[in-house]
Design a protein around this ligand. Sequence first.
Ligand SMILES: NC(=O)c1ccc[n+]([C@@H]2O[C@H](COP(=O)([O-])OP(=O)(O)OC[C@H]3O[C@@H](n4cnc5c(N)ncnc54)[C@H](O)[C@@H]3O)[C@@H](O)[C@H]2O)c1
Length: 263
Amino acid sequence: MFDFKQRVAVVTGAGTGIGEAIVRQLAQAGACVVVNDVNADLATGLCQALRDDGAAAIAVPGDSSDLDVINSMIKAATGEFGRLDFAVANAGITTFGKFIDYPIEDFQRLVDVNLRGTFFLAQSAARAMIAQNAASVDSGATSAGRLVLMSSVTGLQYHPDLAAYAMSKAAIRMLAKSLGAELGAHGITCNAIAPGATSTERTLADEDYEATWRELTPTGRASTPNDIAGTAMFLLSPAAAQITGQTLVVDGGWTCVSPPPTT
Ligand SMILES: NC(=O)c1ccc[n+]([C@@H]2O[C@H](COP(=O)([O-])OP(=O)(O)OC[C@H]3O[C@@H](n4cnc5c(N)ncnc54)[C@H](O)[C@@H]3O)[C@@H](O)[C@H]2O)c1
């Protein structure tokens, strides 16, 4: 469905789950990918598998909230692949806890990964894209640069025991709006995706997860990582050239009714 040959993408938190699905779909569409994950084995293992299939992939393991790691990802894209077209700030952590006794250490870590990592990846990527466009390596509304941030339906509707996470995901929605406005003049678009319940290795650790969300979701199922990755591909594609500052909800209709889980 998408042709991203000659395009270069950076994706954070991409060793498994939604990020892995985005990387796999990008590679399948011909893009060169820089794969980040804090789990080095996951990042390097995925890159090896992609290279075995003929794709171009480089692992940049490390904490996506660390500015040195962020700069290494951008350098890997421009240094090894010659350019940067797409940055997907996917890495995020979900820490459950009652608001009333939520520990400051958990709060700080969550803000670092979900907000600092997202903000500075977008900043570092946008700087590289602007420099690249000024050098006229490639320009035009469909290729001057695309940023995709990962929000959540939890940034739109209440979910029990996720006050700090919800706050961070609502902030990401607003960041997409701000960057849509600020980067528009450079031809760079910035959008967020707000996934609803999505079956990943992490969420499936709860053995009732799929049954719970089958019940609560109008389409009768939780999303798959490929559902979310497909949305990212659309936002990165020429078809979305005039979409910026938006948050696309991908939740099988859950936010139309928003019943919270009871457990
Ligand atoms: N799965 C869902 O139901 C769901 C719903 C809404 C939003 N989201 C968001 O989508 C994104 C991906 O979610 P997921 O469920 O696929 O993630 P996940 O929890 O399965 O983690 C994916 C990967 O991120 C890596 N990671 C964690 N912290 C990192 C860090 N600091 N630096 C680099 N890598 C790191 C992990 O090692 C893991 O390999 C997150 O931002 C999450 O908040 C997920």
